[in-house]
Structure formats: structure tokens, C-alpha cells
Unconditional design. Sequence first.
Lengths: 114, 112
Amino acid sequence: EPEVTQTPSHQVTQMGQEVILRCVPISNHLYFYWYRQILGQKVEFLVSFYNNEISEKSEIFDDQFSVERPDGSNFTLKIRSTKLEDSAMYFCASSILGGGTEAFFGQGTRLTVV
Amino acid sequence: GENVEQHPSTLSVQEGDSAVIKCTYSDSASNYFPWYKQELGKGPQLIIDIRSNVGEKKDQRIAVTLNKTAKHFSLHITETQPEDSAVYFCAAKDYNNNDMRFGAGTRLTVKP
């Protein structure tokens, strides 16, 4: 069964450093998303990406964040100048279409900023 | 923007009993309501969803009901099994955007 894969599963970084979280969405999907989940809190939408551009972003997704689809298979989230409060589980998801279609989630990358 | 509230935060039931988790939403434009199950160390997995033109949907032991007037929707799991133990999230979104808002989650424990 096709699945969304994320790497690494756990990333530890020093405060102020840049990190890149990587995702391989399901191959025939057209919409890609990043969500984050701070420990013990709800899953929060960060950004959606379609046709090589951001289609929507939340108030969380400020200039510190950027997304990219560098090739035909990868979808990345870059966090510049990480802060302690960026520590969270980051989930990538993809869907065939937008709107009311099923989004498939990856297993997540746990980011720890020290 | 949309705000989704979910209750209870924890739920413990005996194997074989039913479990009900309730969510409310604030934005009347929301028309897609998925439920996700998250097991330890894994990402959320869709278990059932409902669209606003439907009041109830059932898939084996899982059912979801939607009351658009009251802006609430519920997940019902019957004949619970220990493997149903997980965190369940409700979510809501409008077809016209991709910003899906999640509830805070319910940790369900099914005791054998």
C-alpha cells in the first residue's frame, strides 16, 4: 500500500540552526501539506502546496518557514533559525485532490531544539 | 477561522462496550469532517469521514453522525476491542480551502 514517508524520524538541533525535514508524498498525489503537533497539543495546519506553489498557509507559517518540491518526489520543510518552541512532531501529508479528499499522513519527524 | 472542540480528552471503556467522542465546530462553511486514529509513534490515519450533505455514515463498527444545525459531529465505536486503544482526532474543513483544523484529541483506552 502506498504511503507517505518522512525522514529523519528524529532530529535534534541547536537553537538558531536551520533544519530541513523531508517527505516523499504518495506518487500520484497532487496536494501536499505540513502539520505540526507540539507535545500533548492538537495537530496544527502549517501549509498546503499545489502546482509548485503554496496554496494556503496558517498564521504559524511565518518567514521562518519555507517549503519546496526540489524534484518530482520530495517535499521539504525548512525551518530557519530554530527556536526552542519549534520543538514538535512535524507531519507531512498528501492527497490526490484538495477539498474534501482524504489526506494521508506520514509517521512524522520529531524535532527537538536544544 | 475554524475552531474545533473535542470531548472527552480521555475515555476508558471495557472491551465490548461502546465509545462515543464528540466534537463541535464554529465555522458554518465547514463541510468535510474526517476522524483520525493516531497510534503511538505513528501519524494520524483516517478511519472515517463525513461530508455535510450526509447526516450519518457507518463502516462496520465505526459510525459518524453530523448535526449541521448544531454544528456538532460524533464518532461512535461499537464492540470496542483493545486494538481500538489510541488517540482519536476529529477535524473540520471547507472544501474550498486546505486548512484543516483538528480537535485536541481523545485518548481512548479499551480494557480487556
